[in-house]
Design a protein around this ligand. Structure first.
Ligand SMILES: Nc1ncnc2c1ncn2[C@@H]1O[C@H](COP(=O)(O)OP(=O)(O)OP(=O)(O)O)[C@@H](O)[C@H]1O
Length: 891
């Protein structure tokens, strides 16, 4: 291992001579480890992780691009071509992949098929301007958000793109609460960027240079009266200049600017994406996510697009109907679909290859991949034209979108240039076909002629000299030589010059041989140079067609994604949903992921203007959460343009899906469950509209029972009266079921269970009306809670029920439990002192202090088990506490 010395202000490099292992030391803080390095062609492939000054290793993804770039530059200057593919273990033991390539002339470029966004965000008077550059494909999107909830809208956009790096404008201070939220809720690194880049003049100049003033004005993004560029342009300018300065992508591959409106998409914040397990399960596994379940794509570009569609469901009826028709067409014609999918399997990621051509990092193999991928388009287009059900669908138009003639010309050019079976690297020679370049042909002819001379040399010399054991050979140290067997050395003529003596033979050279050898080496060198020049010229011409390649790549990806959706629909009996203005009528709906592994009991859902809010009750484990998630996922899939798991479905388009379920992750991070719960609830109450779908699972359970009920009660009223969002609310607070008597559009449904002789059977069927029992103790029993505790709980429950019955009969309003049941009848609703959800035990509520006395013996036992006051917890919390205690015992 040799010390490479300081190669940059903060960077030093250690390398082993054969470049097998590379350790890069960065300042005092980080140490990068390169394990399992492998030389693949002329690219060095490394696995990289990073060690902090405290000694803990963590993945390199945590390092901002700007920090990585300078040291990458150093490597490049030292003549390396570096591909870093780091696969590392995250805290919970799940491997994730982030890959980036650095090549001469360019900087960071991703080798991962996933989109990697660099985001710029600028705050203006009435909102934010946002710009997102995908360094994988060169896609560039801008948008703006405004209004009183601009903060939350901007955050939603950031969640949606999930950028690797965010550049906040200089007006967003480091301690700004908005940045706090970005830090808290995304994995993005925040990078400080030159404030000048955000300056209006600079930003406009840079964006105009990149896209032209015409593009800006056609998108409505040019300045007002020539002075103030729009917020999007400010953000775009900063991102572009950052890309240019740091090489976080390739400017030349950013060929097009797309402007989108945040209203084009269904609002789906990070919490909801996680709750619905769109791309990862709650435990961080890819397997078992919706994406993993429905993905049957054949290409990495198709996979990328499918993920994007799931994360960004759309609201345009026309677009969704078109996608549906395409999925339908593919679903109906199995033969043509499978033929097309097989052809698609030959396509590489053209969007990425376009970026690589522009950056100059595309190698010989990449040019071949471009050639082969371009050939896929006409084959696929012909397959579509030949299948009537496909040619009559919008698929025909989709496939015709890229300029086929231009694509064909490009493919022909590559076909004429590149040999059928060329080498992996240019330096090996033989990349180009004969007839492509006259000079190259001549060199090759001369080279071959010289080689032939060597071929005939042995027989010529044999007959001239009478030496029988003579052969001509070449090796790295001696070059060309004549080798004569020991027995024949006496016959060697004068002009032979001995160069090496071996055991059984002698090696000679002659002037003539030296001259030929020099000529061969000259020709080989010239051939190498010329082939490399030609390769570069060809690559540059290909790069001029980056936009075309992006078009073709995008089209193939879209066909792949649509065909994948069709495959899943056919294999799982999904149906095309009817897209309606509002409301839901889902018959025999199923959960798209759970149905893969379980004998699933389908369920219906009906919601309309007269039935907007469903309170879902049912025993623990009966299927409430599954039912609600199933509704959210069916809605989401419908707005992707996919078929849905149901026998029949009408889905009203929504503008957002908002969910609030148990806060497992935050618990692990040490935040108060209840605080998180309330923040999420608050966000929903602020952001949801009458066109939204809201899923609430157990709101209020994180605090004292009466506080919890009060908050859940008030939130229901607010959603029902003010927001009017379509809402499903699962609760164990049976008191809430009485809301249906007071609020006109609230209805009760419950997930049925059957109890016979103390045994509970979960029926999984959703029925109208509230449930009457909670069966929590039965679940505790199932979970293995010790028999004495289960028995005792039954005892306590009976007691509580008896008390309730007495209170109900007596009807005295001063009775504590009665007070809860009376919530709907006035006192609470009127928002008097006690409706404000005061702290537990707050004198003003008059409730906590009036709680029914629990048998002191029970309270003592349970308190000891759980470490909490019994009166302060809901039945579920009690159960989880008991389970917690049981776990502790096991440990
Ligand atoms: N319709 C169904 N068909 C088959 N299995 C189901 C169905 N619904 C739910 N399940 C299964 O039942 C189990 C419990 O479901 P779920 O978590 O939705 O219950 P829950 O009522 O929300 O429970 P809790 O109140 O304890 O949170 C899960 O394992 C789920 O896979």
């Amino acid at each position: 291992m040799s010390e490479g010395g300081i190669v940059g202000e903060f960077f030093s490099l250690k390398e082993e001579s054969d470049a097998d292992v590379l350790t890069i030391q960065v300042g005092d803080f980080y140490e990068f480890f390169a394990d399992d390095a492998e030389l693949v062609g002329d690219v060095l492939d490394l696995n990289v992780s990073q060690k902090s000054s405290h000694g803990s290793r963590y993945p390199m993804a945590g390092v901002p691009l700007s920090e990585l770039t300078p040291y990458m530059k150093q490597l490049v200057e030292r003549g390396y071509r570096v591909a870093i593919a780091d696969q590392y273990e995250t805290e919970n033991g799940h491997a994730r992949e982030i890959s980036r390539v650095v090549t001469p002339g360019t900087l960071l470029e991703t080798t991962s098929a996933d989109a990697q966004y660099l985001a710029g965000i600028v705050r203006v008077d009435d909102g934010y301007g946002l710009a997102f550059a995908d360094v994988t494909t060169g896609r560039f999107l801008v948008s703006s958000v405004s209004g009183s909830d601009a903060d939350s809208k901007a955050l939603t956009e950031l969640y949606r793109f999930d950028p690797a790096e965010v550049l906040p404008g200089p007006e967003i201070r480091n301690d700004d609460s908005f940045l706090e939220a970005v830090r808290e809720r995304t994995d993005a690194s925040l990078s400080l960027h030159d404030a000048n880049a955000f300056a209006p003049g600079k930003a406009r100049h840079v964006t105009r240079e990149q896209f032209g003033a015409e593009t800006l004005s056609s998108l409505g993004l040019d300045s007002d009266g020539g002075n103030a560029p729009t917020a999007e342009v400010l953000a775009a300018g900063a991102v572009l200049s950052y890309v240019e300065e740091t090489g976080a992508g390739v400017l030349g591959s950013i060929t097009r600017l797309q402007s989108y409106h945040s209203d084009d998409h269904v609002e789906l914040d990070a919490t909801t994406q996680r709750n619905l397990e769109l791309t990862e399960t709650m435990h961080g596994d890819r397997k078992g996510s919706l994406f993993d379940t429905v993905d049957h794509t054949k290409t990495s570009a198709g996979r990328r697009l499918l993920k994007e569609w799931l994360q960004r469901p759309r609201r345009s009826l026309d677009l969704l109907r078109e996608r549906q028709s395409n999925v339908s067409a593919f679903a109906e014609s199995a033969l043509a679909r499978e033929e097309i999918r097989e052809t698609l399997g030959d396509a590489y990621d053209l969007e990425r290859l376009a970026s690589k051509s522009v950056s100059g990092s595309a190698d010989a193999n990449d040019l071949l991949r471009i050639r082969d991928s371009l050939a896929v388009l006409p084959t696929v287009t012909d397959s579509i034209a030949n299948a009537p059900s496909l040619s009559n669908s919008p698929l025909a138009e989709l496939a015709a979108r890229p300029d086929r003639a231009q694509a064909e010309r490009l493919r022909e050019e590559l076909g004429e240039a590149l040999a059928d079976d060329p080498p992996k690297t240019v330096t090996q020679g033989g990349l180009f076909r004969r007839g492509y370049d006259d000079e190259l042909d001549e060199i090759i002819d001369q080279h071959e002629e010289n080689l032939e001379w060597f071929d005939t040399l042995a027989s010529r010399e044999k007959s001239r000299t009478g030496i029988s054991h003579l052969q001509v050979d070449r090796n790295k140290t001696d070059g060309y030589y004549l080798q004569v067997g020991k027995s024949d050395t006496g016959k060697v003529p004068e002009e032979y010059e001995a160069v090496k003596t071996l055991k059984n033979s002698e090696r000679y050279v002659t002037d003539e041989l030296r001259e030929r050898e020099r000529e061969i080496l000259r020709l080989e060198e010239r051939r190498g140079e010329l082939e490399y020049d030609l390769f570069q010229q060809l690559r540059a011409r290909i790069a001029d067609n980056a936009e075309l390649m992006q078009d073709v790549g995008r089209t193939l990806a879209e066909l792949d994604t649509l065909a994948s959706l069709a495959v899943h629909a056919v294999e799982n009996g999904w149906v095309r949903p009817e897209l309606a203005d509002s409301g839901f009528d889902i018959r025999q709906g199923r959960h798209p992921v759970v149905e893969q592994t379980t004998e699933f009991v389908p369920n219906d859902l009906r919601m309309d203007d007269a039935r907007e809010f469903l309170i879902v009750t049912g025993p623990n484990m009966s299927g409430k959460s599954t039912y609600m998630r199933q509704v959210a996922l069916i809605t989401l899939l419908a707005q992707v343009g996919s078929f849905v798991p149901a026998r029949e479905a009408s889905v009203g388009l929504v503008d957002g899906i908002f969910t609030r379920v148990g806060a497992l992750d935050e618990l692990a991070q040490g935040r108060s469950t209840f605080m998180v719960e309330m923040q999420e609830l608050s966000n929903i109450l602020h952001s949801a509209s009458e066109d939204s779908l809201v899923i609430l699972d157990e709101v209020g359970r994180g605090t004292a029972t009466y506080d919890g009920i009060s908050i859940a009660w008030a939130a229901t009223e607010y959603l029902h009266n003010e927001v009017r969002a379509k809402t499903l609310f699962a609760t164990h607070y049976h008191e809430l079921t009485t809301l249906a008597d007071h609020l006109p559009r609230v209805s009760n449904v419950h997930v049925a269970a059957d109890e016979r002789d103390g045994d509970v059977t979960f029926l999984r069927t959703v029925r109208d009306g509230p449930t009457n029992r909670s069966y929590g103790i039965h679940v505790a029993d199932l979970a293995g809670v010790p028999v004495p505790v289960v028995e005792r709980s039954r005892n306590v429950l009976d007691k509580l029920r008896q008390e309730k019955a007495i209170e109900a009969k007596g009807g005295a309003s001063s009775e504590p439990v009665q007070a809860v049941f009376d919530l709907g009848s006035g006192e609470f609703q009127r928002g008097e002192n006690d409706s404000s959800g005061g702290e537990s035990g707050d004198e003003s509520s008059g409730i906590e202090s009036d709680e029914p006395a629990i048998d002191p013996e029970t309270e003592a036992v349970l308190s000891e088990l759980s470490g909490v006051e019994v009166a302060d917890v809901s039945p579920i919390d009690l159960m989880s506490k008991v389970q917690e205690w049981q776990k502790r015992l096991e440990e």
